[in-house]
Design a protein around this ligand. Structure first.
Ligand code: ZN
Length: 239
């Protein structure tokens, strides 16, 4: 009998945890891990929760990096319920819950992951195919008008697509480089603090990605602020 009570209690605690934002994030990342697999030497290399210190004030946290013969996949996982609305260029996307009664904003994850791709490319050199993938594990991608957004099945297809070919030596060298810079001593609290700092810098027209100035530019869809470091850095923000 005490065994049964303990069992029920642990079950209840686990269920409660899975309903918190941290629990949902953990479950989402677990579901992606099941699709991309674990590191299997000479076949594929996986780094989960890659943390990089770019400089004193800039840290990067990447959910998953998968290196297989088809490319280097930089994966951002989102475990959101409801309906998600968003386009490629919007600064923020919208999560709609409870038949439209609740709306939440999230920073455009494509832009978020572009920054990850930029830093990975800087670290390993520009000659490798680095592929961005934003994965909505609940599959609610129907109202998203943007490329590089996938459900779990789409992710599986993407990582199996033979568009490029990395040799074993290339795969190993990228994996070694990324494991060298992986700094697990970077705490979540420090990373969040750095993101806030960068936000206020962006407001002062300093590029949060590379630190150069943001200047006014004209594009086919009107004016925008773009990084002075273009084309190496393609950060933009709306005017
Ligand atoms: Zn820049």
């Amino acid at each position: 009998m005490p065994f049964l009570i303990a069992f029920v209690l642990i079950g209840a605690i686990a269920l409660a945890f899975l309903r918190t934002p941290r629990g949902r994030g953990w479950l989402g990342e677990l579901r992606v891990k099941l699709v991309i697999g674990k590191t299997k030497p000479d076949v594929r290399y996986v780094i989960n929760d890659l943390r990089i210190r770019v400089n004193e004030e800039k840290t990067v946290q990447i959910d998953h990096v998968l290196i297989n013969p088809n490319g280097i996949f930089v994966i951002e996982t989102k475990n959101y319920s409801g309906i998600i609305y968003g386009t490629e260029s919007q600064h923020e996307w919208t999560q709609v819950l409870k038949y439209g009664r609740v709306k939440n904003k999230l920073y455009n994850p494509i832009k978020q992951n572009k920054s990850h791709v930029y830093h990975i490319t800087n670290l390993i050199g520009g000659s490798f195919p680095v592929i961005s993938a934003v994965v909505f594990v609940q599959g609610n991608t129907k109202c998203i008008r943007a490329s590089n957004v996938y459900n779990l099945r789409g992710l599986k297809r993407l990582i199996g697509k033979k568009e490029y070919h990395l040799s074993l030596d290339q795969m190993k060298s990228v994996y070694t480089r990324l494991t060298e810079v992986n700094d697990s001593s970077i705490k979540n609290s420090e990373h969040i603090k750095n993101i806030r700092k960068l936000k206020s810098r962006t407001a002062k027209n300093i590029c949060p990605r590379c630190g150069k100035k943001l200047v006014l530019r004209k594009g086919k869809n009107g004016s925008f602020m773009g990084c002075e470091g273009f084309p190496a850095c393609r950060f933009t923000k709306n005017v």
